[in-house]
Design a protein. Structure first.
Length: 205
């Protein structure tokens, strides 16, 4: 048959048992890497961040930015002064307070309360407020809240109970956001990576 068709036996057998081309093998490998990263980050990453994670496997990046790590938070059924005071105490446990430390909040009644501002005075922390109706004054926290809703809250139709919601929030902040979630504003590194790099640089000087 090969003689009649004018093809060699080698060509015929290559046709019958084709080996995957280099391009096809590379495409298959790339697909597996993308699926792995997508699953590893719990389907929270889009094209740009997955693309960056792929690049990280070949070329690590270095960071020269300030961290966006969440150093204190509290979760409650009520948004009151006790809640924000508890959050403040959690935060100061993770930071050395210096003479020029400033805390920035919106104009919510919890943050303008006498109890909250008295505690700030005791801690020698200056209080800065966003202008009324101007969320851009507190852009980093607004950005965090948007990410929290999009990546942690909205994907879950209904939380089973309060304890489940608290556990999911804990996992998101401590295991994912601080340690694994990369940020374009941080050169596509995690808040923890940035903080470690910053501390290492400070210790070296």
């Amino acid at each position: 048959m090969c003689r009649i068709l004018g093809v060699s036996r080698a060509q015929y057998y290559r046709y019958r048992s084709p080996k995957p081309s280099k391009r096809r093998a590379e495409d298959a490998d790339l697909k597996q890497r993308i699926l792995r990263i997508f699953a590893e980050f719990k389907q929270r990453y889009g094209v740009m961040k997955i693309h960056h994670e792929l690049n990280l496997e070949l070329q690590p990046l270095q960071l020269r930015c300030s961290p966006r790590r969440i150093i204190g938070y509290s979760f409650s059924k009520k948004m009151n002064t006790d809640l924000v005071l508890k959050t403040l105490e959690n935060a100061v446990k993770n930071r050395t307070i210096t003479g020029d430390l400033i805390i920035h909040t919106d104009l919510g009644s919890q943050y303008t309360s006498d109890d909250y501002n008295q505690r700030l005075t005791e801690l020698h922390i200056r209080h800065s407020y966003s202008r009324k109706g101007c969320p851009y004054d507190n852009a980093p926290m607004e950005s965090f809240h948007a990410s929290l809703k999009k990546e942690c809250v909205y994907p879950v139709p209904v939380f089973e109970d309060y304890e489940t919601a608290a556990a999911v929030l804990f996992e998101y902040v401590h295991a994912f956001y601080n340690r694994k979630r990369i940020h374009s504003s941080l050169g596509y590194q995690t808040p923890l990576q940035v903080e470690i790099a910053t501390l290492t640089s400070q210790m070296a000087t």
